[in-house]
Design a protein around this ligand. Structure first.
Ligand code: T5A
Length: 208
């Protein structure tokens, strides 16, 4: 594949504002006539939607390795069915979560090296070119979730210790890959967070 498109992912815990900031960035790209589309992980392909339902609204116990493999199955399908063909066009593909989510979440129970080696074995090698990590703490995540007043899915029901471990894993990625993985202080108002995203995007856009 000759890759002409750009993969931009958004990461962060529940309520960090990924969906909100993706909408704001997409509006700017459209205004500037830059072709773009948003893809949610898991959940964009038909298989991904089914896997999302199994994982987020599970009816019975799923062991951690099966959980990991299901996320990988959804990702592999997404790459083959959607990302590879779409990236052959010049456009920005915005991913609402991608591989870093697996490292952060499933990495709370499994070694990061194991998760990376399974990605490699499954030939999931397509990496995000740029990632916005919207950093908030657990208390704020909880507050924003409560404001929405929606029924909680499997992950949202997890406790503070779990989310602290997720945040710790995101920080490890930030320390390891500062060029790609941009940390945004997301505990500020929508506009300030959007301005931080735009500042990074505008620098990056010059190479696109
Ligand atoms: N998962 C996923 C894994 O475990 N492994 C994996 O490999 C992958 C891919 C998916 C779940 O699956 C797990 C992680 C997740 O638990 P999801 O539905 O895709 O779940 O993701 P969530 O993070 O749960 O989505 P949310 O909608 O909760 O969070 P967002 O998109 O980050 O937040 P958003 O934009 O919807 O905002 C939440 C609320 O906060 C307000 C918004 O208006 C909204 O009400 N808000 C702000 N308020 C004040 N100031 C700001 N700056 C605000 N920004 C947003």
């Amino acid at each position: 594949m000759i890759k002409k498109g750009l993969l931009v992912s958004f990461e962060g815990i529940e309520g960090s504002g990924k969906g909100t900031q993706i909408n704001l960035l997409t509006a700017v790209l459209k205004e500037n006539k830059i072709p773009c589309q948003v893809i949610r992980e898991p959940g964009t392909t038909s298989l991904g939607k089914q896997i999302r339902e199994i994982l987020l609204h599970r009816q019975s116990h799923i062991c951690i390795m099966s959980e990991l493999l299901l996320f990988l199955a959804a990702r592999k399908q997404l790459i083959e069915e959607k990302l590879v063909p779409e990236l052959s066009h010049r456009q920005v593909i915005i991913l609402d979560r991608y591989t870093d989510s697996t490292l952060a979440y499933q990495g709370t129970a499994l070694p990061l090296e194991l998760i990376e080696s399974l990605h490699e074995k499954a030939e999931i090698r397509l990496k995000a070119d740029l990632t916005f990590y919207l950093k908030i703490d657990y208390q704020l995540s909880l507050k924003r979730q409560k404001q929405r007043n929606e029924k909680q899915d499997f992950f949202e029901q997890k406790k503070q210790d779990y989310f602290n471990a997720v945040l710790n894993n995101y920080q490890k990625i930030a320390d390891r890959e500062p060029e790609r993985f941009k940390v945004i202080e997301a505990d500020q108002d929508l506009t300030s967070v959007h301005q931080q995203v735009l500042k990074i995007w505008q620098k990056y856009e010059k190479n696109f």
